[in-house]
Ligand binder design. Structure first.
Ligand code: PMP
Length: 436
């Protein structure tokens, strides 16, 4: 008899949360590590939100509450989403979750049966892919390419749709590429969905970076397109916009109240409810006039950093990098670097079983960490299926400029350190993190 269920063994993960142990080990060896791996804004929670949490705690708002989310917050969300997406959202269609993440897996539990297909962007947020086999569905990655700025190719997308398609994940602005889809691009995707998919197919529109936009980019939700409101789950939250990843507040707007009730029941089964004092503070985050100033200052700092760091990458030999239009990541292609450092050759000769849990850019990621003291994430951290021949790293710009420049300096040293790479490949200090 085996200890674990078959299902649990097929559950993937988010590598970002597994980096911590490697960073500790590298810090042990090197003294310090420059962390460009973080998916959270490096800003404090705005004071007006903090004050509301304190006020709510003083008022003893610390008990169980509505598993669907406090009506006060759901009303604020409904009004905000209605305004920003030009829709008419009833608060009963809104469900509050502990972060934007839980609804990603919940939709697969709620809508997918065995054999149903799930289309998701790759590179993309890893949780879209990690759940699919766990629920018995079939992963269908929609590969996005650097050559066209990681936007969705309409013909390719249409070719992936079959009678078994059940869920389609969309994410703009994107983690990890920073790509922002335009109105026309989203309109085209919407038209394909209306033409080729049955009404029971659900689009999960992950809009968590909706406010982190550069240049003159505007956020467009696919739910605003004709015929799509009834098929789309709009997901967003407070982690990125208000630098509040530890608050664990997110929400989703469902096409119907009936569907929202199914998710409320999932909440009841898993965690009962989300902390009410944080929910009231999230309501303040939406409604306070102070929020807009805070967010726009944060975004303009991200944009300045993006400009500076993107310029540095543009000048590095063997590296190409798209200019992100939003979010707070750069996603440089390091294919030539992997070739020059002998990583591709080494990878080719690895045992198949070892290759299955490592990628060439993963070897570079670990080399950069253990030998040069800089933490980034590799391509396979953003979708594994079919990504073997793609060599990218994700560099977060959620750090002070000085820290960023120090990190990029270390990365560029790593990129030409053949000698160091040979030693790393000989020693592989990244293996046996938890020896049996
Ligand atoms: N979607 C995307 C695209 C993300 O990048 C993240 C966080 N990294 C989430 C969802 C989850 O956000 P939260 O922390 O609010 O659960």
């Amino acid at each position: 008899m085996s200890l674990f269920s078959e299902n649990i063994l097929s559950l993937g993960t988010e590598n970002a949360f597994k980096m911590g142990q490697h960073i500790l080990k590298a810090e042990d060896k090197l003294g310090s590590v420059t962390k460009l791996n973080l998916g959270e804004p490096d800003f404090p929670l705005p004071i007006h939100i903090k004050d509301e949490i304190k006020r709510q705690l003083e008022a003893n708002n610390t008990h169980y509450c509505d598993p669907k989310g406090l009506l006060t917050l759901r009303e604020a969300v409904a009004e905000n989403v209605s305004q920003t997406r030009k829709l008419d959202v009833d608060p009963e269609r809104v469900v509050v979750f502990p972060g934007a993440k839980p609804s990603i897996g919940f939709v697969q539990q709620a809508y997918c049966s065995k054999g149903d297909e799930v289309i998701y962007p790759s590179p993309g947020f890893p949780i879209y892919e990690s759940f699919i086999k766990y629920v018995g569905a079939t992963p269908v990655p929609m590969h996005l390419h650097e050559s066209n700025g990681f936007v969705w190719c309409p013909e390719k997308f249409a070719s992936l749709i079959t009678p078994n398609t059940k869920i389609i994940y969309l994410n703009s602005p994107s983690n990890p590429t920073g790509t922002v889809l335009s109105y026309e691009q989203i309109e085209e995707i919407a038209e394909i969905i209306c033409r080729l998919c049955s009404k029971e197919v659900r689009v999960y529109s992950d809009e968590i970076y909706e406010k982190i936009l550069f240049d003159d980019n505007e956020h467009v939700s696919i739910a605003s397109m004709p015929g799509l409101e009834d098929r789309t789950i709009i997901s967003s939250g407070f982690s990125k916009t208000y630098a509040w990843t530890g608050g664990r507040i997110g929400y989703a707007v469902f096409p119907t109240t009936k569907e929202a009730e199914v998710f409320k029941n999932l909440n009841i089964n898993y965690f009962s409810c989300v902390s009410p004092y944080n929910q009231e503070a999230a309501r303040v985050a939406i409604n306070s006039h102070l929020s807009e100033k805070y967010v726009s200052e944060m975004v303009s700092i991200f944009q300045k950093r993006r400009d500076i760091i993107w310029d540095i990458f543009a000048g590095l030999n063997g590296v190409s990098c798209n200019k992100p239009g939003g979010a707070f990541y750069l996603f440089p292609n390091i294919g030539d670097v992997c070739e020059d450092l002998g990583i591709l050759d080494y990878y080719e000769h690895m045992f198949k079983v070892d290759r299955s849990c490592m990628s060439p850019s993963g070897l570079f990621q670990n080399f950069a960490l253990y030998h040069h003291g800089v933490a980034v994430l590799d391509r396979s951290s953003f979708g594994q299926l079919g990504s073997d021949n793609e060599h990218f790293i994700r560099v977060s710009i959620a750090a002070d400029l000085q820290v960023l420049e120090e990190g990029i300096d270390k990365l560029s040293n790593a990129m030409v350190d053949k000698n160091g790479m040979n030693i790393f490949l000989d020693e592989r200090p990244d293996c046996n993190l938890f020896p049996e």
